[in-house]
Each structure stands twice: as C-alpha cells, then as structure tokens.
Design a protein around this ligand. Structure first.
Ligand code: THG
Length: 262
C-alpha cells in the first residue's frame, strides 16, 4: 500500500496559519513527521482560505523540498494552481487531480505528460459527484479512454471513486468499495486506485475507527494508494495487517516492525 500523507492541507488550522505567516518550520516538521510515520509521498493543498494559491503552492512545495525528496501530490481543483506547483517541483510529481470533465482533461493531461507526472482522476463530472457504481464506472471509462487517446500511460493513472462521508452517504459505501475492484479491470494494463480516506469519517464521532475499518475493507477490494493521516498509528498498523492477511507480506511475530524497517 502506497501512503500519501494528508496533513499538509490548509483545511487544517495550523497549516492555514503557517501559510499565512509563511512559517516554514511548521510545514517542514509536518512533512518529516509524516515520512517518519510511514508516508511514501505527501499531499500538498493550500486549502480554501488561501488568498493566493498560485504563489502559496510554490512556497509550500519549496519549503517541503528543503527537507525531503519524496514525491509530492499537488492538490487543487484549479489547473493554474497545479501548473504553478509543477513548475516549483524538483521531486516526482503527482497531479491531484483531474475530473472526467473534458475541459479539465484537455488542460491536465498535456501537463501530466510535459512534467512526467502521475495523474489522479476523480470520477466526477460537471454534473457533480456520482450517486452509484455505474455512474462512477462510466466516468472512469471516460478518463481511461481519454488517457489512451492522448498517449498517457494507463499505469500512471490513479482512479478515485470519491469517498463520501458515511453519515450522509451510507448507502453509497458498498458501491464505492466495489468501484475500486471494477476500476482495476477497465483496461489492460490496469489503472491504479486511490481514495481520500478521511472523507469517510467527516462529521462522525469515532473518526479513526471509521477510517481504519473502511481502509482495511478497501485494501481487500484491491486499493493501491490512500491519502490518509499517517500519524494515526493504529490506522497504518491495520493497513499493514490487512496486506498480511492478503498474503502480501510474510508473517513473523514482529511483522509490523519488519514492514517498517523495509
Ligand atoms: N481524493 C483526492 N484528494 C483529496 C481527497 C480525495 N484531497 C483532499 C481530501 N480528499 C483528502 N485529505 C483530507 C484532509 C483532511 C480531512 C479530510 C481529507 C479532514 N480534515 C478535518 C475535517 O475536515 O474535519 C480537519 C480538522 C481540523 O481542522 O483539524 O477530515 O477524496 N484525490
């Protein structure tokens, strides 16, 4: 399981404040703590409060790159913010994200090719978030077909079914999980799958339990990548254990430590 740390996001108050006051040390500490806890890459999002995301994203990326060369996922719904982030990036790039909207794909696919970036494709369209599995698959197929047309490698595409909070979209959770399995068989070679995990528990009381349970189930459905809070040790332990159960690591009594030493 490839883990993208979610914590450098202006949605969090401490990060929003650090962006506003340009306090690099908060960002750098957050980057290093996530990596120490097991993050393979870091999501970078200025958040809704940023008044100048085109320059804030560059400041964030430059600050992070002073302390790590892990891949960074440039997270914005605005293509001009993503392009600005890509210009500042020295490390491997992940574009987070395009939708199935032709206007978005037209801009972001050439950028992904130009910067040799991996691309996250949200199964969402101008009409909004899908309400069932068939709509998710239809949008996934649109994204895959457009990538194939434009010569973008499908194995560098990460399809995201869009995880919805369980307290408002309980009847969709099973469809979201099944979408993960079905995305993998849309094309050969297979696209990869990704979720923004913490969405599932927004507004719930037992957030970490909801996150952990959804993640282990998603892993069983074939999930490749999760954007999550790597500082939640029980969550990362559960992910490693789910992979153990699926025979992706060899059991020994100290398998958690052994995995972390890899
Ligand atoms: N898919 C993709 N990218 C994504 C998402 C996704 N990026 C953003 C998001 N969703 C994933 N990241 C987060 C980060 C934080 C939270 C949820 C998802 C979160 N934050 C607390 C909250 O809103 O309650 C903030 C708490 C605080 O203020 O301290 O839950 O789905 N591709």
């Amino acid at each position: 399981m490839f883990i993208i740390g979610e914590l450098i996001n202006g949605m969090y108050k401490d990060i929003a404040k650090a962006i506003k006051t340009k306090d690099k040390s908060v960002i750098q500490k957050c980057a290093l703590a996530q990596i120490k806890a097991g993050a393979d890459a870091l999501d970078v999002n200025c958040g809704p409060a940023s008044s100048n995301p085109v320059s804030d994203i560059q400041w964030l990326i430059e600050s992070i790159q002073e302390v790590t060369d892990r891949p960074l996922a440039v997270d914005s719904s605005k293509p001009q913010v993503i392009e600005s982030g890509l210009k500042a990036l020295k490390n491997k790039a992940i574009i987070n994200s395009t939708t199935a909207d032709p206007e978005k794909l037209e801009v972001l696919l050439p950028l992904a090719k130009k910067y040799n970036a991996k691309l996250i494709g949200l199964t969402i369209s101008a009409k909004g978030i899908p309400q069932n599995k068939d709509q998710r698959l239809e949008l996934a197929a649109t994204i895959v077909a457009t990538c194939a047309d434009q010569g973008f490698p499908i194995e560098d595409l990460y399809l995201d079914p869009i995880v919805m909070p369980v307290n408002v979209a309980q009847q969709q959770q099973k469809d979201i999980l099944e979408s993960i399995r079905e995305f993998k068989i849309i094309a050969q070679p297979s696209p990869k799958t990704i979720v923004g995990l913490s969405n599932v528990s927004q507004g719930t009381i037992v957030r970490s339990l909801v996150n952990r349970t959804f993640l282990t189930m998603a892993i069983a459905y074939g999930l490749d990548v999760a954007i999550l809070d790597p500082l939640d040790k029980d969550l990362v332990d559960a992910a490693i254990t789910a992979e153990l159960i699926l025979n992706q690591h060899i059991y020994c009594d100290s398998y958690l430590e052994a995995y972390r030493k890899k």
